[in-house]
Ligand binder design. Structure first.
Ligand SMILES: *[C@@H]1O[C@H](CO)[C@@H](O)[C@H](O)[C@H]1NC(C)=O
Ligand SMILES: *[C@@H]1O[C@H](CO)[C@@H](O)[C@H](O)[C@H]1NC(C)=O
Ligand SMILES: *[C@@H]1O[C@H](CO)[C@@H](O)[C@H](O)[C@H]1NC(C)=O
Ligand SMILES: *[C@@H]1O[C@H](CO)[C@@H](O)[C@H](O)[C@H]1NC(C)=O
Ligand SMILES: *[C@@H]1O[C@H](CO)[C@@H](O)[C@H](O)[C@H]1NC(C)=O
Ligand SMILES: *[C@@H]1O[C@H](CO)[C@@H](O)[C@H](O)[C@H]1NC(C)=O
Ligand SMILES: *[C@@H]1O[C@H](CO)[C@@H](O)[C@H](O)[C@H]1NC(C)=O
Ligand SMILES: *[C@@H]1O[C@H](CO)[C@@H](O)[C@H](O)[C@H]1NC(C)=O
Length: 691
């Protein structure tokens, strides 16, 4: 009796909270499943979007680490209503639960299309590992299976460059969420969000380990290893739009409305970034900066890579090799260059900070509360969930870099995989529950520190990201990829899924990172072609390890040269840098548009031409803002490539080849020839004689 009485009070409370509101924008119900009593809550969450939570604890949580902004977004005055006791409608999206509570249908009102039909939702009790820590919620392992109807393709999910035959759409794809030797690690980033060609998007609001699977383009399964509730967000287009409308921008707008808009790019960041593994000393580094300056090749940012430090976890220059930082900064200033330095989250056991960080709980712990070594016994990973760790690291970084005027940090190697998944505790929480957010917390160290100093022009470069990293100005590069033609083509495709994932500031190592042989003509041609692609990425950055290396000296090792005037096709490369310079206002303008409405500057062809089926096939080319169509060359000794130019109806527009100035009608494929001095780059322009 008393049990039912309690339930009645809860229901009454929910009634008072929700139904007293003028709009019934929340739908709740208790469900009994497998002997568990669960609470379902469906809410309006942004335009034509709903958030669904289902908790076996009977308490719906606002997770402390999540992808969604904590505040409910403001949306248009679309009404929500509940036409019957099984149905909740918000704008153009309808949620309907079967009488037996077994099946959910998520349907679009305007065309009746069933977007999602659930197959099963399973909670199993999660066995929290024996440890000195205890969970703050009851945890479950969760799986959700559903079908998409009808078939279509999905895009997004982050940055994934593995796979023999990488296609832009994910067909049969298994994505584990765990920092280990598989994804995500160096070169892979998991973003639990996708966009579907039937004009809807889906977000899995879980920060812990788990997985995503798609089979046959329509059978989907998500899992979460350790969570307290199901938490998903689904968005679609408004009633007045349809599959012929330009719907991708609408979905991206809805998405950034709930995860946060990216900021405008700092002005200095849109130019050329010079980097190499690695400059050994201040003199060597300044010679390179001077080399660019003397040749009047504009450099926005120049980079000091790893092992400029004394030990990992000291966050300071080795003064033997870097003796006069103020002089170095002044010199760079006089050249108009900004400096970025590499900063790692690891702490060596014999570093000066280890003792303090160990004794004050600033490092990753094991189940017994001891610090947990990384893959090697001498290396530990900082606990970025602990606010005192973040403050401690920032204090060091501030004293040893920021106070000299160094404001750009390269957060390299920022995956916590070395600590061994499943064995790590951070700020009293088990990694299985929250690990995907670790990198975002790491980025927060620098964001909060810089904000405290009233800095507004913030950018950092990171190898990892999660939803929300874009709001704290973490740019991303695609890790230590191969210097190969196959990899160049992969990156052209990776870039497009990255863009639809909401990673707005992105770049690759131009020329690739590994196995580049400077004496090989193939590499010399590859790096030229990669520059042509790199100039049409959101950020434009050269980096890599080059062979043969320079001999080691007293300041360590160094890869071979990576300065543009030393490459075989330097003249062509410098022309590309000048082309990028001429586009900087255009790039800023389009990144401002990302800030306003979530549309990425680099995007797949179908983003702007969703009605043109050929655009879904044209994966090796893309749009760069509204005006440029980019078709990079990714084969050795190419003399031509096939390019699809979509039909453009508006304003009598045509496509003009940027180099030859020849006009092309849209709506067909062309065989475009190329030399080393050009590549297929087209500009959409208004025709003057084609009336
Ligand atoms: C919702 O589902 C119930 C049970 O399956 C069905 O009877 C009802 O017609 C549906 N309502 C709407 C508005 O789709
Ligand atoms: C990749 O494509 C090649 C050539 O089309 C094919 O031979 C190979 O079987 C494919 N591999 C996979 C894993 O699908
Ligand atoms: C779809 O929307 C477009 C405008 O975005 C409109 O021109 C067209 O008539 C609509 N089609 C249908 C079938 O409603
Ligand atoms: C700085 O670098 C020099 C040269 O590589 C090395 O001998 C020295 O131990 C380093 N100093 C510190 C404090 O790590
Ligand atoms: C960390 O500190 C604890 C407590 O002071 C000590 O027992 C332990 O040996 C230290 N760990 C390492 C790896 O030095
Ligand atoms: C997560 O769950 C899966 C499936 O049960 C399991 O194979 C995997 O080891 C778990 N991951 C961790 C890090 O515990
Ligand atoms: C982009 O936005 C920033 C900040 O709002 C503004 O200062 C800048 O002029 C804009 N740039 C362009 C090219 O529109
Ligand atoms: C494309 O044009 C080149 C000459 O520019 C020619 O050699 C090549 O065979 C053509 N390719 C196709 C597929 O037509």
């Amino acid at each position: 009796m008393s049990k039912y009485y309690g339930e009645f009070l809860i229901l009454l409370l929910i009634y008072l909270i929700t139904c007293n509101d003028a709009s019934p924008c929340i739908f709740t119900r208790y469900i009994y499943s497998n002997g568990l009593k669960q609470q379902l809550q469906v809410e309006s969450w942004g335009s034509d979007s709903i958030r669904i939570r289902l908790s076996p604890d009977v308490i719906i949580q606002n997770p402390d680490y999540q992808a969604l902004l904590p505040e409910q977004p403001i949306f248009n005055e679309e009404v929500c209503h509940q036409p019957d006791s099984n149905t909740f409608i918000h704008g153009n999206i309808k949620f309907n639960i079967s009488d037996d509570n077994e099946k959910w249908l998520i349907q679009r009102q305007s065309d009746g299309l069933i977007l999602i039909e659930t197959q099963s939702i399973t909670f199993l009790p999660y066995k929290y590992p024996l440890s000195i820590y205890s969970p703050i919620y009851s945890l479950y392992s969760l799986s959700l299976m559903y079908n998409h109807i009808p078939d279509g393709y999905l895009y997004g999910l982050g940055e994934h460059h593995y796979g023999e035959n990488l296609t832009l759409a994910y067909h049969n794809f298994h994505l584990p969420f765990v920092f280990s030797s598989t994804a995500p690690t160096n070169g892979d980033i998991t973003i639990p969000w996708y966009i579907h060609t039937s004009a809807f998007g889906f977000l899995w609001n879980q920060p812990g380990y788990g997985s995503f699977d798609v089979q046959n383009d329509k059978e989907i399964m998500w899992t979460a290893n350790a969570t307290h509730q199901l938490d998903i967000w689904i968005t679609t287009i408004p009633k007045e739009e349809n599959l012929s409308s330009l719907f991708y921008p609408i979905l991206m707008k809805n998405y950034v409305d709930v995860i946060g808009h990216p900021n405008p790019l700092p002005k200095f960041a849109s130019g050329f970034w010079q980097s190499k593994n690695r400059y050994r000393s201040q003199n060597e580094f300044l010679d390179v900066a001077k080399g660019y300056y003397d040749r009047q090749i504009p450099v926005s940012i120049i980079v000091i890579d790893w092992f400029h430090w004394t030990k990992l976890g000291e966050w300071k220059f080795n003064s033997t090799c870097w003796p006069d930082i103020p002089q170095m900064i002044n010199q760079l200033k006089s050249y108009g260059m900004n400096l970025m330095v590499s900063v790692w989250p690891h702490v060596e056991k014999d570093s000066e900070n280890f003792f303090f960080m160990n004794t004050t709980d600033l490092l990753t712990h094991d189940a017994n509360g001891n610090v947990l070594p990384s893959t090697t016994d001498n290396l530990y990973i900082s606990d970025q969930f602990n606010p005192i760790t973040r403050q401690f690291i920032w204090d060091k970084v501030k004293r040893n870099y920021y106070d000299y005027g160094i404001k750009i940090y390269w957060l390299d190697a920022d995956e916590p995989e070395g600590g061994r998944p499943g064995l790590q505790w951070w700020y009293g929480r088990h990694d299985e529950e929250i690990a995907m957010v670790w990198a975002r917390e790491h980025q927060r160290t620098f964001w909060d520190g810089l904000k405290d100093q009233n800095e507004n022009e913030i950018i950092m470069l990171s190898r990892q990201a999660w939803i929300g990293s874009h709001r704290i100005n973490a740019a991303v590069w695609s890790g230590d990829i191969d210097s190969s033609w196959e990899e160049l083509l992969k990156q052209i495709k990776v870039a497009q899924n990255v863009a639809l994932s909401g990673i707005y500031w992105w770049t690759t190592d131009i020329g690739g990172y590994r196995y580049a042989d400077l004496d090989d003509n193939q590499f010399q041609e590859l790096i030229l072609r990669w520059f042509q692609f790199g100039a049409f990425c959101p950020l434009f950055r050269l980096h890599g390890e080059r062979y043969p290396p320079f001999p080691n000296n007293e300041c360590g090792f160094s890869g071979g040269h990576n300065e543009v005037w030393l490459f075989k096709y330097s003249e062509q490369i410098i022309n590309i840098i000048r082309l990028r310079e001429s586009l900087r206002d255009y790039i800023e303008y389009h990144l401002n548009i990302s800030n306003q409405n979530g549309t990425p500057i680099l995007r797949p062809m179908f983003y702007d031409f969703n009605d043109d089926l050929e655009c879904y096939q044209s994966e090796d080319q893309y749009m760069f803002g509204t005006d440029y169509l980019v078709a990079p060359i990714y084969t050795y000794q190419a003399t031509s490539r096939s390019v699809y130019l979509p039909k453009i109806d508006q304003y009598n527009s045509v496509w003009q080849h940027y180099y030859t100035k020849i006009f092309y009608q849209g709506g067909q494929r062309y065989n475009i020839s190329t030399t080393l001095n050009d590549f297929p780059l087209f500009q959409k322009i208004q025709s003057i004689w084609n009336c």
